[in-house]
Design a binder for this molecule. Structure first.
Ligand code: CMC
Length: 429
């Protein structure tokens, strides 16, 4: 086995090298502290492999993304099916016709919320951020399905994951309806996953909404492109929480909280706000680029840059193409798309962005498609959560089943005061 040699002062130690199936190289430092007293320092974990995983492969230098070995581009099909990808990501293989139809049946059986759970929405003010209600309600599922907290019975993991995948869209739609003071619509069992979600979002008791094929396909595509992305902030959070053996619902609720931030799942919303500001004339694309380069401005070009991709994000490439198609089919001319293209053009030839390898990421074009299909902007991070849920579930499962899995517990470099004495309050100056 290949070894890495580390010299610290007089001490020389050998550390095992692990090579992943795609040739990724890692130095196994598990014995480092025991052998040398040293730990590694890597804020933001840019060089830290927190686990080994068989779910998603990314080569950020080249711009490659694969789910269970299948290139992301191969899911960009005429009739994309998010649920097929959900099954693949969670269970590790493409479903047969039978498996897919059984899984879809499980989703159908689990699409309703417990009536008491529905009343929870009334406790939230109408201005509640939808990500807050989403994480709270996913966590609340632990109260309604205590039998699924342990998952030690045959089939209980399948049931818990089907419940989550199915109910998240009902919760998401209800949180939106509640915020608008609209009646909550029951799911339609004969609708497919995305059509059902859109029905719960937009139908009225006297005016049913049935998504067109174009809209349903666009929703499927957006969800499936978000299905997993290896050890990003929210997924690492889910694994971290799950490592304490917290249940699946609690772990996934924590994933929603991590995703909420504008540097992660909230970026799609921030992109649209930025594009709208440019459109309204508050900012020009050129000014936007200048501000993004100015370190004093704290402004970032949202939807650009990625911790892992130092090349074009392959999901952004698919979505850029889909933008044209969807807007064209729906007969929509969105000036924000022209502005996004202009920003991309300016950034890709600007030395600041070129040197730092900053390219459009998944969020740069997804918001334009979601706007076109009528999703309100405040719901954008919620859409990301629905899409990312299969990844969180799969990663939680993988970690739980890993032999010798340990609770996650990083160390730190203490930089506070050294020891000094307690001073009674009457003696303090
Ligand atoms: N606009 C302007 N400058 C940027 C940007 C940007 N969007 N992104 C990175 N930089 C600069 C950054 O200031 C730094 O410059 P310098 O070397 O001079 O200090 C350099 O590029 C490296 O950036 P970093 O912050 O060290 O990179 P990171 O890996 O820590 O951050 C990121 C990655 C995604 C948080 C960041 O690129 C960013 O804030 N992008 C905008 C928010 C965004 O679009 N987020 C969605 C990410 S994709 C969805 C997901 O998977 O969550």
């Amino acid at each position: 086995m290949e070894k890495a040699t580390l010299t610290i002062g007089e001490q020389v130690i050998e550390l095992p090298v692990i090579i992943g199936t795609e040739g990724e190289k890692d130095i196994d430092i598990q014995q480092l502290r025991a052998k040398t007293g040293f730990i590694t320092y890597d804020p933001g974990y840019g060089n830290t492999g927190s686990c080994s995983s068989a779910i998603t492969f990314i080569d950020g230098e080249v711009g490659i993304l694969r789910y269970r070995g299948i290139p992301i581009e191969q899911f960009d099909r005429p009739n994309p099916d998010f649920i097929e990808v959900v099954f693949l990501v969670i269970f590790g293989h493409l479903p047969t016709r039978n498996e897919l139809s059984e899984f879809k049946n499980m989703l159908r059986e689990n699409e309703h919320l417990h009536e008491s759970m529905k009343h929870h929405f009334e406790g939230f003010p109408p201005y509640a951020p939808p990500m807050a209600s989403l994480s709270a309600m996913i966590n609340a599922m632990s109260c309604f399905h205590p039998e699924l907290l342990k998952l030690d019975e045959e089939g209980s993991f399948e049931e818990a994951s089907a419940r989550l995948i199915s109910k998240i869209r009902t919760i998401a739609a209800y949180s939106y309806r509640h915020s608008k003071g609209l009646p909550l619509m029951y799911p339609q069992p004969d609708y497919e996953y995305c059509a059902n979600f859109l029905h719960m979002m937009f139908s009225l008791p006297n005016k049913p909404y049935k998504a067109s094929k174009e809209i349903e396909d666009a929703m499927n595509l957006i969800f499936l492109l978000h299905a997993d992305h290896e050890q990003n902030c929210s997924t690492s959070t889910v694994r971290m929480v799950g490592s304490s053996q917290a249940n699946l619902f609690a772990s996934c609720a924590s994933g929603v909280c991590a995703l909420w931030g504008p540097l992660h799942g909230g970026a799609n919303l921030a992109v649209i706000e930025m594009l709208e500001e440019i459109h309204k004339g508050g900012l020009s694309p050129e000014k936007c680029i200048e501000m993004a380069k100015d370190k004093d401005s704290k402004f970032r070009l949202m939807g650009f840059g990625h911790r892992v991709y130092k090349n074009y994000d392959p999901r952004a490439r698919i979505l850029k193409k889909a933008c044209d198609k969807v807007l064209d089919k729906l007969g929509i001319k969105d000036p924000l798309l022209d502005i996004a293209r202009k920003l991309e053009e300016l950034a890709l030839k600007d030395s600041y962005f070129v040197e730092r390898k900053l390219y459009p990421n998944v969020d740069f074009y997804s918001g334009i498609i979601m706007r076109a299909i009528g999703i309100p902007t405040e719901m954008f991070p919620v859409m990301f959560s629905i899409g990312r849920l299969p990844g969180w579930i799969a990663q939680w499962k993988e970690q739980n089943e890993m032999p010798g899995a340990k609770i996650s517990r990083p160390r730190q470099i203490y930089i506070g005061e050294t020891i000094h004495n307690y001073i009674p309050i009457e003696d303090r100056k």
